[in-house]
Design a protein around this ligand. Structure first.
Ligand code: TMP
Ligand code: ASP
Length: 259
């Protein structure tokens, strides 16, 4: 196989040069990190599940008119995406108090928020991705006012859609993180949804039991990480009923064949 040029390696994904200009291949690793990579581990099969879950959610978001970078899934761990210039802001949408919000403001985890909160974090590992406001974003030119307007608008639409999608399969969408990028066409850039949407960057709780079905299982040493990710995939209809391990089994077979 010809070696592809690696463009970027992140904590959970690798980006390679795509087959055509303006495209990239996004490869999903099994690596898991938390607390700004102070905690590191591997969740076997996570990459396969996140690739599939992210494909599913991006495809559905496309059908409601959210512009995004996803083009098509190539294989179990890779998808073809449009190359964008990532805006250095992590957009966190919260419906229920949890995580850093609970910690910072002393609000009990699990409390339904009276209104949805959007927060922005400046993407900078050395600074530990600090919480910032629109004022900082405008002042330092990380995104224009118009881009932030489009981002907030899309974030709310994505949240409304995803709350319904997950509620339909008995899952509460507590909070999640989105990233956006600029798609350049001639001299003009428009903002589109980028990165991934998977249990790595969402808090997903079973509606009845409040069991955590996301990366908090890793962050908080709860165990059963891959089973939780598989449960999300299964409920979304991405794994055949009664064959929960099928995705991973297929990959094991592929590895044995040496491809
Ligand atoms: P937080 O409560 O730790 O701020 O996390 C809020 C949401 O954002 C949660 O669903 C996990 C996600 N998230 C990421 O995807 N990447 C990150 O680096 C952090 C800190 C959170
Ligand atoms: N992905 C982040 C990191 O390791 C943190 C997290 O998701 O909790 O830096």
């Amino acid at each position: 196989m010809t070696r592809r040029r690696q463009i970027y390696e992140g904590k959970a994904k690798i980006l390679y040069e795509g087959p055509e200009p303006g495209t990239l291949i996004q490869y999903f690793k099994d690596d898991a990190t938390a607390f700004n990579a102070q905690k590191k581990g591997t969740i076997n099969g996570k990459g396969v599940l996140n690739n599939r879950i992210s494909e599913h959610i991006f495809t559905l978001l496309g059908t409601i008119g959210i512009p995004h970078h996803f083009m098509r899934r190539l294989n179990m761990r890779e998808q073809l995406i449009r190359q964008v210039e990532i805006i250095p802001i992590e957009v966190v949408i919260r419906n229920v108090a949890a995580g850093s919000l609970s910690k910072r403001l002393g609000i009990e985890e699990g409390q339904q928020l009276p209104r949805t909160i959007i927060e922005y974090y400046y993407k900078d590992d050395a600074l530990g991705d600090p919480l910032v406001t629109d004022e900082h974003i405008a002042c330092f030119g990380w995104a224009s006012q118009e881009e932030m307007h489009d981002i907030a608008d899309m974030a709310i639409r994505v949240n409304d859609f995803m709350c319904g999608l997950f509620a339909g399969v008995g899952i509460k969408l507590v909070d999640f993180k989105l990233e956006f990028g600029r798609l350049w066409e001639n001299e003009y850039a428009r903002v589109i949804l980028a990165d991934e949407i998977s249990p790595d960057g969402c808090r997903l709780w079973d509606m009845v039991t409040n069991e955590k079905l996301d990366k908090d299982r890793f962050r908080r040493d709860l165990g059963g990480e891959v089973e939780a990710y598989q449960e999300v995939a299964r409920r979304l209809g991405l794994l055949p009923e009664g064959a929960d391990n099928v995705v991973l089994d297929l990959e094991t077979q592929r590895k044995k064949r040496g491809r």
